[in-house]
Design a protein around this ligand. Sequence first.
Ligand SMILES: [Zn+2]
Length: 113
Amino acid sequence: MRLHRCAEIGCHELIKLGFDYCDKHYQSRMNSYHDRLKQSQELKSQTLRGQRDKLEYNRNYNETVRPELGHEFYQTKQWERISEYIKQRDMYTSSVDGRVYGKGDLIVDHLVP
Ligand SMILES: [Zn+2]
């Protein structure tokens, strides 16, 4: 297997072709990227334009994503059956606090849309 050095100056870690940085430096670069992104979003939200963009984003979210969550899908027999199956499978134990609840007190959620 061909290897090359991490692109970080002073790092002698050998890594596979196709990657630029070793795990450690990749992670630190990603972290600093996310930090800078967060900072710029905070700065942006202080401007009028930033606030307008945020409103725009929220409106878009409310119009497209949110209706899906309160959607008729959750009123279907199919979801009702799945939800009932999951509650029985987990023996009416909440995955949030680990306590046992009555039949109507639990809400089933899903990860995959
Ligand atoms: Zn490195």
